[in-house]
Design a protein around this ligand. Sequence first.
Ligand code: ZN
Ligand code: ZN
Length: 264
Amino acid sequence: MNFYTTVMGSGAATPTMSRHCCSQVVNVEGCKLLIDCGEGTQRQVRQYHQKLQSLAIILISHMHGDHFFGLPGLLSTMHLCGRTAPVDIYGPAGIRDAVMAILSASGHNIDYELNFHEFDFTEGRHLIVDHKRCTVEAFPLIHSVPTYGFRITEKKFGRKGPRSMAYCCDTLCDDSLLPFIDQVTLLTIDSTFDDKFAQVAAENLHGTATAAATLAAKAGVRQLLLTHISARYREPQILLDQAQAIFPNTLLAEDGLLVQVPKL
Ligand SMILES: [Zn+2]
Ligand SMILES: [Zn+2]
């Protein structure tokens, strides 16, 4: 069964020439999910050969601009390209009003069905999508505004051992996340800083490479993918080195990278 993620953007708050805002397209046997949508994400989707109109499920982690400012633009582009199929958007409370206010202010009609599914909880893991190919659960992260991680699990009928991946951005990499990411096959998580900036990471509720790797080891994950890389790193090798010292099976995200969820 195909189960992989393609990185649309691997950067943090500020887009740079080499890194777009943090976003991924996950493909579970043809079921595609777009996670997060910073400015210009529709361009990234095309750049990395994902068919824009094949996206019907969009997951938004939180309301910081680098994770959702691109959503009105992406929905508008879908409309201009003749979309008729519905789109389901899952995100924090308030996302519907924010997106609809921008579309309305621009005088834009959307000629397809937009279904918003807002959530507002502070603990536990909640099933938000039950698709024939996979399930998606949301859980709270540790950040400066309400923020949710997502755990996507493939559906494997008649066989044990379904694979899963978790996307955790933005967040402090803290042990309280362990119940949500326990034994996940692929963990992609906020690794904005290296150790030298651990204090800055703690103050701004972001992850470091070392904290991400420590969490991955404790949770028993198979593979770690560091992402949400600060614009300060033109050469981000230090992040990979620090993480691999603790958790060797670590990759560093770059825009366009395709990562298969490892076989069990
Ligand atoms: Zn961010
Ligand atoms: Zn944020």
